[in-house]
Design a protein around this ligand. Structure first.
Ligand SMILES: Cc1cc2nc3c(=O)[nH]c(=O)nc-3n(C[C@H](O)[C@H](O)[C@H](O)COP(=O)(O)OP(=O)(O)OC[C@H]3O[C@@H](n4cnc5c(N)ncnc54)[C@H](O)[C@@H]3O)c2cc1C
Length: 376
């Protein structure tokens, strides 16, 4: 049965934002989500960092565009995104610990970012301590970007899906795609054996489910793998919280102040992935290490209570740290958008616009060229 111009498989932030951007360009869209909307990488506890700091240079223009979209996105979609413009810090550790390389690296990042129109600046120790009073003496500087912040991944994906639905997209939860094909026209087969046909293309926004779906469809795997980032929810003594979204140039650390005095601590620790359940589990030894790193940078985080540890949300990674945004075939019938490497959320609003433009006009913009499956 022919259902729409585009069938989008996956109802995370990418499936939902692509559906919305396709619909507002006049296309008809059906979204098929195996579980609930925003229940995997775009689900789970806490919030996501919306930042340009630390990004690969090929993503910086997308990051700049996304930072401009985020503040007004909730109004555009007519649904909350939980975006808070807290400002973002990329901290630089002490000369004693890291020598002078840290500052030189931070300066290089700052120049790279300003070359791409991103308004970050290097702040020294005294300004850093005025901005972020809880930061320890070991931190000598930071790259500061006042436009960065945090947003709620579940609210955002659902707001996109609801906005797409209001404009006519069909959004179906609990609908797993068993396999797909491209001939004679793009089609998907559902678990109950029924088939749906797209007039133009199928879009796989299936994140960790991508290679399994490719395999069931008789296609080769893409070079990617799944990991589950580990996040900790920590309640510090005396309700201390950092004020900013903060990362670290030399340490594995990301902190985000959440509601009710909770600080989310993450930034690179991984849970133990279980292929059978398609979920990750927290790794006990890494929990303490993460807390120790956080307390070494923010001493007031030394005392308090670990409220929760979670590693249930799977994310896909690629060998070079860049996503795949490309058609699988020459005939442009199956498009894939995956491999976000733990930082896909922040740039989703910009990526979705560019991908939708490509899908509807047939012209790929230069910005998406680095994300070809066959890198050049
Ligand atoms: C713990 C954690 C912290 C993160 N922190 C940040 C951060 O601070 N900043 C940032 O920018 N990014 C961050 N990220 C990354 C970001 O959240 C992800 O890149 C983004 O959510 C990926 O969205 P997605 O739509 O591609 O994937 P998902 O949200 O996983 O959506 C894919 C969907 O496809 C569905 N699906 C799969 N196979 C099928 C099938 N066969 N049929 C139907 N449906 C199918 C799945 O059920 C799933 O809902 C973090 C990720 C995690 C897990």
């Amino acid at each position: 049965m022919e259902v729409a111009d585009f069938i989008v498989v996956g109802g995370g932030v990418y499936g939902a934002s692509l559906a919305y951007e396709l619909v507002i360009r006049g296309s008809s869209v059906t979204v098929l989500e195996a579980g609930r909307l925003a229940s995997r990488a775009s689900g789970g506890p806490g919030k996501r960092g919306v930042r340009a700091n630390g990004r690969n240079s090929r993503e910086l223009v997308l990051a700049r565009e996304a930072l401009a979209i985020w503040p007004a996105l909730a109004a555009e979609l007519g649904g909350d995104t939980g975006f808070e413009r807290l400002g973002g810090l990329m901290l630089v550790g002490s000369m004693a610990e890291y020598g002078e390389i840290g500052l030189a690296r931070a300066e290089a990042h700052q120049r790279l970012q300003s070359g791409h129109g991103i308004g970050s600046r290097l702040v020294g120790g005294s300004e850093l301590r005025a901005l972020e009073p809880g930061v320890g003496e070991s931190e000598i500087a930071a790259l500061f970007n006042p436009h960065e912040g945090i947003a709620d991944q579940q609210l955002t994906a659902r707001a996109y899906a609801a906005a797409a639905g209001k404009l006519g997209a069909s959004v179906r939860e609990a609908t797993e795609v068993d396999r797909f094909g491209a001939q004679p026209r793009p089609w998907v087969r559902l678990g109950d054996g029924s088939e749906l046909v797209a007039r133009r293309a199928i879009v796989l926004a299936t994140n960790f489910g991508t290679n399994a779906l490719l395999e069931r469809s008789g296609r080769p795997h893409l070079p990617l793998w799944t990991m589950a980032p580990q996040v900790l929810m920590f309640q510090a003594k005396d309700d201390y919280q950092p004020r900013h979204l903060a990362g670290h140039l030399q340490k594995i650390l990301s902190v985000k102040p959440l509601a009710e005095g909770i600080t989310m601590i993450s930034g690179g620790m991984r849970g133990r992935w279980d292929d059978d359940t398609a979920r990750g589990r927290p790794v006990e030894s890494d929990i303490q290490e993460s807390l120790d790193v956080a307390a070494s940078v923010f001493p007031p985080l030394r005392d308090g209570v670990l409220v929760a540890a979670d590693a249930s949300s799977p994310e896909t990674y690629t060998p070079d740290g860049l996503p795949y945004l490309d058609f699988l075939d020459e005939d442009h019938r199956v498009f894939v958008a995956t491999g976000w490497h733990g930082h896909g959320f922040a740039i989703a609003p910009a990526v979705a616009k560019h991908v939708a433009e490509w899908l509807t006009t047939g012209r790929r913009g230069d910005l998406l060229a680095p994300f070809r499956i066959r890198r050049r």
